[in-house]
Ligand binder design. Structure first.
Ligand code: MN
Length: 288
């Protein structure tokens, strides 16, 4: 069964900030989706997130796998921060996923934006925050509940663009029909608890409406930060005769992956998965 994505996305300035330094990217043509949360004085934050997302997209479209595309995005932000004194020290989180039509997802992740997987009624966090409070949790010095209220919770320990190179977490998972993936900035997760996120995702079937409702919930809870949410529904094409795809040239569901693999110089990220490969694999994190 081929899989396609139904994506809803929303970004909002929130109730307190005077500009929105978050950004997101949804590119159906190449199966690339990302969230970035910028930081830095002047206009640095919004420049950092926008620069990272665009550099990521260009590199990925040109054939780079997700880890290399994130490296390219790091370089782009870092070089711009060196070149412009007004932008010195800017950086951004980046959580980016590439999808193929067999449901294989590769995430590249830096910072404290998050990816969650909603499957079979359970919501699981897929990414690990690169944050001070996460390190304190790992060290046994804070409980997760304490971390949620800790004033240091927005301090991140890894960001894109601060250094000439960055360590990128790579997380892979095989998605199935009915899965729902959430990418979000910390402006959602610091305002809305995971139980409430899970309930809302479970009760709202439409991806775009779910994204809007999550943003509304963060604003209702105070909206102290910019809020960005991308909801990705994985939908199986049970009945997908080739003839239908011919009449739906705008459809995101058909034929794109094969064409894309042929166009790409290396085709690595979008090669159709080997049928002999076990399909039971769960996600795992790699640090390099
Ligand atoms: Mn934020």
């Amino acid at each position: 069964m081929r899989l396609h994505l139904q994506v809803g996305a929303a970004t909002d300035i929130g109730q307190v900030r005077d500009h929105n330094e978050d950004g997101y990217l949804v590119d159906h043509d190449v199966g690339l989706i990302a969230v970035a949360d910028g930081m830095g004085g002047h206009r640095g934050g919004e420049v950092a997130s926008a620069t990272a997302l665009e550099a990521l997209r260009v590199a990925f479209v040109a054939g780079a796998p997700i880890d290399e595309a994130v490296d390219v995005a790091n370089d782009a932000v870092h070089e711009q921060s060196i070149a412009d004194p007004n932008l010195r020290g800017m950086g951004t989180t980046l959580t980016a996923g590439s999808f193929d039509d067999e449901g294989h997802l590769v995430l590249g992740h830096v910072g404290d934006s998050r990816a969650y997987l909603a499957r079979d009624g359970e919501l699981e966090r897929v990414t690990t925050d690169h944050s001070l409070v996460e390190e304190l949790i790992q060290a046994g010095e804070l409980t997760p509940d304490e971390a949620e209220r800790d004033p240091r919770r927005s301090m991140i320990t890894r960001a894109l663009g601060l250094e000439p190179s960055v360590v990128v977490d790579i997380i892979e998972l095989d998605l199935r029909d009915g899965d729902r993936l959430l990418l979000c900035s910390d402006g959602l997760t610091t305002m809305v608890g995971e139980d409430d996120i899970a309930s809302l995702l479970a009760e709202e079937p439409d991806a775009a409406t779910a994204a809007d409702r999550l943003v509304d919930a963060a604003n209702a809870a105070g909206g102290v930060d910019n809020i960005t949410v991308v909801v990705i529904d994985v939908v199986g094409d049970a009945a997908s005769p080739e003839s239908e795809s011919e009449s739906e040239s705008e459809s995101e569901s058909e034929s794109e992956s094969d064409e894309r693999a042929a166009e790409r110089p290396d085709g690595v990220a979008h090669e159709p998965a080997d049928d002999a490969e076990p399909r039971t694999r769960r996600w795992f994190g790699l640090r390099r």
